[in-house]
Ligand binder design. Structure first.
Ligand code: AMP
Length: 423
């Protein structure tokens, strides 16, 4: 099936062709015709499925096909996203999809000065992409006019609810015209998301795209068991000093531990930095830019901050703290293996966290390989485990065990870590 059969405006089809989009993805095939027919939609889909175009293309079609229903300068389409990074990514995609029409977009996110946002809102705008908190601020100050609003999108609704935005979302939705079309996208449509969906949509068509739990086969998934925190730090050090590591994204459970760990890595000679929600937007953008430029090799991030990171150079994702939810695992490791490359995902686990590994495996349907680093074996051998010896994060040859890393290889690429004595 090609895009031409979906009923999109010819100018959008031209843009898609110029972007090299040959065929719609599954979520696009299901959502675009239904949205063009005017239905509200509830769509379960994951990042990476092409969901941005699934809601943006029918929205842009509406904007380019018909005149605005009401006078005013406010947006005709509003997209709410959980994080600043995702909002910026959606804005970038929108500017690409709407390039032929020179659509005017505004991105209203926290952590950035109000001045520029107010300036953008003082002129006509077609699409606003916003995080709920900052948008609610603008609404409360009477800075934004929704009288022309035709399409409301809630992107990653589950995540927005997880982040405590429910009241802001309800307040924002209450200020939008009742005639709007609402498109809700979420990894899950059950529970609290289902209740939100009932409040904000009317006779919505439900589209369930089989959750992309399946991990890209090009991502090699490993688990390494650690006896305690000190052991975990030594394992991380060894993994990061592997010459195969081009750029690594390291996940921690909290903002504070992201800061502490990136600081410790810098002290040990790594080009590392932290990315988390307490940083100002400018800092976050600059940090990501340094990663993209290759000036920084290791980014230590929290789940929320890392949403939407799309940096092809990330060869390794290391879960320094194991994710609490299997869904987060899928999001995390999807940050590697981008743009057709291969990637390696390593999850460090305390022995008592073995159940997390099982939960993740049940969710993804993939087995993780249990690996050890020579010289850094855990004191307790994981029960019932088929252990594969591996040289840090270097891929093991097919059907065989990887060569154990030599202890002196640690010296490569930086000073020997202070805490690297034999266990
Ligand atoms: P998303 O799930 O919206 O974050 O999209 C994931 C990636 O797929 C983005 O880099 C998009 O540019 C790309 N993409 C989305 N739809 C298509 C398509 N139909 N053909 C090729 N690439 C696409």
């Amino acid at each position: 099936m090609s895009f031409t059969s979906l009923g999109l405006h010819p100018s959008l089809l031209e843009t898609l062709a110029s972007l090299g989009y040959l065929e719609p993805t599954e979520v696009q095939r299901a959502s675009i015709p239904a949205a063009l027919a005017g239905s509200d939609l509830l769509v379960s889909s994951q990042t990476g499925s092409g969901k941005t175009a699934a809601f943006m293309l029918p929205g842009l079609h509406r904007i380019v096909s018909g005149p605005a229903a009401a006078r005013g300068i406010g947006p005709r389409m509003l997209v709410l996203t959980p994080t600043r990074e995702l909002a910026q990514q959606v804005q970038k995609a929108t500017n690409g999809y709407g390039s032929a029409q020179r659509l005017r977009t505004a991105c209203l996110v926290g952590g950035t000065p109000y001045g520029l946002q107010l300036k953008q809102l003082s002129k006509p705008v077609d699409v606003v992409i916003a995080t709920p908190g900052r948008l609610k601020d603008h609404l409360d100050r009477g800075r934004i006019d929704f009288s022309r609003l035709e399409v409301l999108v809630l992107d990653e609704a589950d995540r927005m609810l997880d982040m405590g935005f429910v009241e802001d979302i309800d307040a924002i939705v209450a200020r939008t015209p009742a005639t709007r079309q609402t498109l809700l996208f979420s990894a899950t449509l059950e529970g609290v998301v289902g209740r939100l969906a009932q409040r904000v949509t009317r006779s919505a068509k439900r589209i369930d795209i089989a959750p992309s739990r399946a991990i890209e086969p090009k991502i090699d998934q490993r688990a390494i068991f650690a006896d305690d925190d000190a052991h975990k730090s030594r394992l991380l050090d060894a993994l990061l000093r592997d010459t195969e590591v081009k750029q690594a994204l390291v996940f921690t459970a909290t903002k504070r531990s992201a800061e502490a760990l990136s600081g410790a890595l810098v002290e040990r000679g790594f080009a590392a930095a932290a990315l988390h929600g307490d940083m100002r937007q400018r800092e976050r953008t600059m940090t990501l830019q340094r990663l993209r430029d290759g000036r920084m090799h290791i980014l230590v991030a929290t789940d929320v901050a890392a949403r939407g990171i799309d940096v092809p150079g990330i060869s390794h994702v290391i879960n320094f703290d194991a994710p609490r939810q299997a869904e987060d695992y899928v999001h995390r490791i999807g940050r590697t293996g981008r743009a057709g490359r291969t990637g390696i995902a390593v999850t460090l686990l305390a022995h008592r966290e073995k159940y997390l590994m099982r939960t993740i495996e049940r969710y993804t349907g993939n087995a993780m390989r249990i690996a050890v680093i020579a010289g850094l074996e855990p004191a307790a051998r994981p029960v019932g485990a088929r252990v594969e010896r591996t040289s840090g994060a270097r891929p093991a040859p097919r059907g065989g065990a990887g060569a154990p890393v030599r202890r002196d290889e640690w010296k490569r690429g930086g000073s020997r870590p202070a805490n690297s004595g034999r266990r």
